[in-house]
Design a protein around this ligand. Structure first.
Ligand code: FES
Length: 132
């Protein structure tokens, strides 16, 4: 396919073609699953979290979604590993995902929002499980 046919940069294509951290974590400490009303895509993020430091030690995703959703959740799982839930709540947004991907077409920004929402749902799940 000629370059001119794609709206996506190389980094987005790389995360779409070779997604990082795809799958489920067995005995996850937190699971977040959300759907996008506009397109019907679904995203699930599962996390392993160190209880003493509240740091994400592993993150995986599954998506029934478009290529940008795959690329955004692949990048999101890479970006959140090693960070605490407090940092993620205060200093992490879909903009960080888009920036790390080197940009997404405007019509695909909501795919990064979906990844961020799945993360937030997982963080809420963790807090509910731990009573914090
Ligand atoms: Fe809806 Fe990508 S088109 S998540």
């Amino acid at each position: 396919m000629s370059e001119s046919y794609t709206l996506y940069n190389e980094k987005v294509m790389d995360h779409f073609m070779n997604p990082r951290n795809m799958g489920d974590i067995k005995e996850a400490d937190a699971i977040g699953e959300v759907g996008a009303a506009a397109c019907g895509d679904i995203m699930k993020i599962s996390l392993k979290i160190d209880e003493t430091t509240n740091r994400v030690i592993d993150a995986r995703f599954k998506t029934f979604g478009c290529g940008s959703a795959i690329a955004a959740s692949s990048m999101a799982t890479e970006l959140i590993k090693g960070r605490t839930i407090e940092e993620l709540e205060k200093n992490f947004s879909n903009d960080n995902i888009v920036e790390a991907l080197g940009g997404l077409p405007p019509v695909k920004i909501h795919c990064s929002v979906l990844a961020h929402e799945a993360l937030n749902a997982a963080l809420e799940d963790y807090k509910k499980r731990k009573g914090i």
